[in-house]
Design a protein around this ligand. Structure first.
Ligand SMILES: [Zn+2]
Ligand SMILES: [Zn+2]
Length: 301
């Protein structure tokens, strides 16, 4: 989430949607590091006018499966099963050496993908516990506050936002952003490097499960054409052009990269729920209808 990636936050002209967006291909629920229950998110998106929604929790399809099993999809809304994989690169010049890969339209019953996700979740849990220990070592214990946070189930993809929320509850910081900048980002005392999939493995796992692999919130794309080409050769099929907090200039620059590299543009809110309602986030989302047409064609819907 908003771990202050460069050009991630609108600095130039904000995007002003001409009409309410009917597409949101990047959202999180309480099954990873979002705050809404999967059913609540789907209902809020439908109310806001979304017709094509992807739930893209980190490392888990639990939210998608719950919504499908409960037949909790409002009429007129299509749910695209999705995933977001944080991939570790060997490029220290990237923020925290990571890129995030969205998998859109994956088969939620694919066993190979589930095995990959289970391994990612195990690594995530180990890292989470190491971070909590580090914070305790520097006099910022959060165990009791963590216990008081809503439980999100066995499939919970534990992440830094959850640690950050516990730090707010303890009064150490006043916002998730402050927790990241003072404690949880690379170089800060609570930071633990991630171990896990590389981007090529992430792309392959998504492709093998029938999904479109799209590089998420990569505002640096225009300066990273080498990486874009490398990932495209590995099977990357999309680029998240219409990211909610990109400014208009960044959207245009990333759109040009997608066109040149022949990557399907994707777009979404990356809604987590920390600072606004879904309706408020949706008001700043501008994903063209053509994105839905293109993504549907790629994933065979
Ligand atoms: Zn991300
Ligand atoms: Zn995300």
């Amino acid at each position: 989430m908003a771990a202050a990636r460069r050009r991630h936050v609108a600095a130039g002209d904000p995007v002003v949607p001409a009409a309410p967006s009917t597409i949101d291909l990047h959202t999180h629920t309480a099954r990873s590091d979002g705050l809404l229950e999967p059913g609540e998110l789907v209902a809020a998106a439908a109310t806001a006018g979304v017709r094509l929604l992807a739930i893209t929790d980190h490392d888990t399809l639990a939210g998608v499966r719950e919504v499908l099993a409960a037949h909790a999809i409002p009429p007129g809304l299509e749910l695209l099963p999705g995933i977001e994989l944080n991939a570790v690169t060997d490029r220290p010049d990237l923020r925290e050496s990571e890129v995030h890969v969205l998998g859109l339209g994956v088969d939620p019953d694919d066993e190979g993908l589930e095995a990959t996700l289970a391994l990612q979740r195990t690594r995530r849990r180990v890292r989470f516990e190491q971070m909590v220990r580090r914070l305790a070592d520097i006099g910022r214990p959060v165990d009791d506050a963590l216990e008081a946070l809503p439980v999100t189930g066995e499939d919970d993809a534990l992440g830094r936002p959850r640690v950050a929320r516990a730090m707010i509850a303890k009064g150490y910081v006043s916002s998730v952003e402050e927790a990241f900048s003072l404690y949880l980002s690379r170089g800060r005392p609570g930071y633990v490097p991630r171990e896990g999939l590389g981007p090529v493995e992430a792309i392959r796992a998504i492709r093998a499960a029938g999904g479109l692999a799209s590089l998420a919130h990569f505002g640096e794309a225009p300066e990273r054409l080498d990486l874009i080409r490398e990932l495209k050769a590995a099977g990357l099929g999309g680029l998240e052009v219409y990211y909610r907090t990109f400014d208009a200039e960044t959207v245009a620059a990333v759109a040009a990269v997608a066109a040149e590299a022949r990557l399907q543009p994707t777009g979404g809110s990356d809604y987590h729920g920390d600072t606004e309602t879904y309706a408020e986030a949706h008001a700043a989302l501008d994903v063209p209808e053509a994105v839905g047409v293109g993504v549907r064609a790629v994933v065979g819907r």
